[in-house]
Design a protein around this ligand. Structure first.
Ligand code: T4K
Length: 428
């Protein structure tokens, strides 16, 4: 009897941890590992913060960070905030969205929550299966008298069909906002993210291409909107003791800006490395049946942050989840973003139990996508090994399926080493 409790171990079984071999990687490989920065430069900036004893509230580093991000994106205003979700909430409020807003279900749940949190109904729209982005034709079908706007999401840094969405919004008198959490430094038709719709929201979360620990920003070319959001993120204060607007606390701290500025100094290095990794993934996955590496449109600027594959279970002989189980056994902690789709998460699942009927492409794509590790911690050798694992798995699909079925592999990745005792909320 083998270690899985099975008897039918075939002699030709490949060298996979699933079958008892040592894992291909001793250390876990994570999706979303923060990119390393120049620590000395960072600590120098931190010393400056402590020397000035000015820790937050529109400090000099936050202002410098805003200027540099606005320059990078070629946009008039960057309003830095404490995270991408609050930035979305503030942008939604500043635009006066209400009633219903059309949004893809295939996104991180923050996009939907930012609406629902303000008692605005997210109306989930299906995606184009080729691009994984909101489909303007489907969006048009969802407009009702209660619709006030559309939020497009530039998933994986691929920029939405902004022409289609802009035409629709203009024709129907709707406001247009973009969740650009993945898309810093990306462009479409020569135009940089930050210039589409009325505003675009960035995330600088630790897992993002450029991080400020936690952080976000709204980019806009509208002076009026920028001014409103500056008030809203600072309790509505126009000056000391004078509040002229409802507001919240959405401010970015100086420590976060110090991190962001230091990361900005290395951003070209991050992009070059990610681009090289993409090239290696593309090449080495070419001969893996049923595993298609997602490519970007030629000519546009990309940050190449996400390495995404789509699994065709018929061609691969294995489902996406079976392949993820194989990878996890090898310490490749691939993710199933954005499974199962917002419409299958609470409170939306209960509020709209039949939403899936109008979201066939979302449901199909959410069952097929694997996000693979990328970023500065990942190199070509690692990628070739990941491709080898996927190739071995698909060429022994029957054996793999039997063992995965028996092992009931848990697909939520464990926490990084040293974090095992973290409380449950960190261990999501
Ligand atoms: N819109 C979109 C389209 C988004 O993708 C996001 C965020 C938002 C809006 C909201 O922006 P923020 O409010 O977050 O600024 C992660 C991130 O927490 C989330 O920011 C991100 N999207 C989403 C795509 O990924 P989880 O639940 O998968 O995070 P978690 O804790 O599992 O971390 C992911 C991986 O990163 C782990 O496997 C380990 C690694 N990691 C994580 C952290 C925090 C590290 O190595 N070091 C770290 O410090 O959501």
């Amino acid at each position: 009897m083998n270690q899985d409790g099975g008897h039918e171990q075939s002699v030709a079984r490949p060298n996979l941890a699933l079958f008892g071999a040592p894992p291909a990687f001793e250390q876990e490989l994570y999706v979303g590992r923060p990119n390393p920065i120049d620590r000395e430069a960072f600590f120098e900036r931190l010393n400056g913060v402590l020397d000035r004893n000015w820790l937050t509230n529109a400090g000099p580093l936050v202002r410098e960070f805003e200027t540099r991000i606005a320059q990078l994106c070629g946009v008039r205003h960057c309003v830095a905030m404490c995270n991408g979700t609050v930035a979305l909430e503030i942008a939604i409020r500043a635009l006066g969205l209400r009633g219903e807003v059309i949004v893809p279900s295939y996104t991180f749940v923050a996009t939907a929550h930012a609406l629902q949190w303000q008692e605005i109904t997210p109306v989930f729209c299906d995606i184009d299966p080729e691009t994984h982005l909101i489909d303007p034709k489907r969006a048009a079908e969802l407009i009702t008298p209660r619709t006030s706007g559309i939020i497009g999401v530039h998933t994986w840094g691929r920029v939405c069909d902004v022409e289609g969405l802009t035409a629709l919004a203009e024709e129907k008198g709707l406001r247009l906002l973009f969740d650009a959490a993945h898309a810093l430094g990306c462009s479409r038709g020569g135009e940089s993210v930050g210039n589409f719709g009325e505003a675009e929201v960035l995330s600088f979360h630790a897992t993002k291409y450029l991080n400020t620990f936690e952080g976000g920003a709204v980019l806009t070319n509208s002076d009026e909107l920028a001014e409103k959001m500056r008030l809203m993120k600072n309790f509505g204060f126009i000056r000391t003791d004078e509040v002229i607007h409802i507001g919240t606390n959405g401010k970015m701290s100086e420590v976060s800006a110090a991190m962001g500025l230091t990361a900005l100094d290395s951003i070209d290095r991050f992009t070059d490395h990610n681009r090289q990794n993409h090239e290696t993934y593309r090449e080495s996955l070419q001969d893996v049946p049923g595993v298609r590496f997602l490519e970007y449109a030629q000519g546009d600027k990309q940050n190449y942050q996400y390495a995404v594959v789509e699994v065709d279970p018929h061609e691969a002989g294995l489902s996406r989840d079976e392949l993820v189980a194989v990878l996890h056994k090898e310490n490749v902690l691939a993710r199933r973003y954005f499974w199962p789709g917002c419409h299958r998460m609470e409170p939306y699942r209960s509020l709209f139990p039949h939403a899936g009927l109008l979201l066939p492409e979302t449901e199909r794509v959410a069952e097929r996508v694997i996000v693979l590790p990328n970023g500065m911690a990942i190199d070509s050798d690692i990628i070739r090994t990941i491709a080898r694992i996927l190739r071995d798995a698909t060429s022994h699909a029957d054996d793999v399926r039997k063992v995965v079925g028996r092992a009931r592999v848990h697909l939520s990745p464990p926490l990084p080493r040293g974090m095992e005792d973290a409380p449950d909320d960190a261990a999501r």
